[in-house]
Design a protein around this ligand. Structure first.
Ligand code: NI
Length: 260
């Protein structure tokens, strides 16, 4: 069984055929899907999808692209949304210095505030970080995430991990999962392959980030969870394990991260 740890099925690219696509998930072994919120609207839409589909769970949070006009009241709204039983994490939240859609000081401010919220609600976090490895790491460490009810549960996932292997190992040591997606199949994915080589399979969750970042042989096309098998195969090759092993272990990892 496959655990999809990061997708955006509320995206308009799925409006037309979402229903038909979801019907194909069972025969493709897709057991669970985490639909990730990225602003107030998509957080609400994620919950709507979770209400409609038993296999789908939601996260709520505001992505660094969209924190520019975030307000104090939005934190209250997030608390309210997170109260729904199928909300399993806060995210995606973090820092994006590649696009810099919002000033960095504002990005850091709302990243910290949303981490505080996750801590108060004892929820794991889904982290987005682009060209901001060190600041992301420092802010996450300073947030001292913990879950007093379950000290063994992972603290969160570094989604679409793009840093180097050494920092990935530090994250693993600190109780984070590493999200591996389509980039692992790309010709220029050498750095990420080194990451997968370095970290234990027990710290990896698989993700599409659908509709973005489709793996080879579909690079550039719309992505969806059926393509996770290409990512799983590639991880298996790197780790010298069968695709079945990778599927099973990352499935357990996803459950530990979001459902424990
Ligand atoms: Ni995403």
């Amino acid at each position: 069984m496959i655990f999809e740890s990061h997708a955006h099925y509320d995206n308009p690219q799925f409006y037309k055929d979402r229903e038909a696509l979801f019907k194909e998930f069972p025969e493709n072994n897709i057991q669970y899907v985490i639909n990730v919120g990225a602003d107030m609207r998509s957080s609400r839409l994620s919950i709507e999808l979770a209400k409609r589909y038993p296999f789908l769970f939601a996260t709520v949070g505001v992505h660094p692209h969209d924190v520019g006009d975030m307000k104090e009241e939005d934190l209250e709204r997030l608390i309210h949304l997170a109260a729904y039983e199928k909300v399993v994490a806060i995210g995606e939240i973090g820092l994006d210095y590649y696009y810099d859609h919002a000033p960095r000081s504002i990005q850091k401010l709302w990243f910290r505030e949303q981490l505080k919220l996750a801590n108060e609600l004892a929820l794991p976090v889904v982290i987005h970080s682009r060209e901001a490895s060190q600041d992301t790491y420092d802010i996450l460490m300073e947030a001292k995430l913990h879950n007093e009810h379950n000290l063994d549960r992972p603290k969160g996932v570094i989604h679409c991990y793009s840093g180097h292997a050494e920092m990935a190992l530090d994250y693993v040591k600190e109780g984070f999962m590493i999200g591996i997606g389509g980039v692992i199949t790309f010709k220029n994915g050498k750095k990420l392959r080194e990451v997968v080589e370095a970290i234990p399979l027990e710290s990896i969750v698989v993700e599409t980030d659908a509709p973005y970042l489709a793996p080879e042989p579909y690079r550039g096309k719309r992505n969806d969870s059926r393509y996770l098998k290409y990512i799983i195969e590639e991880i298996g090759k790197i780790k010298g394990r069968s695709p079945e092993d990778v599927e099973d272990i990352t499935y357990q990892n996803g459950k530990r991260l979001f459902f424990d």
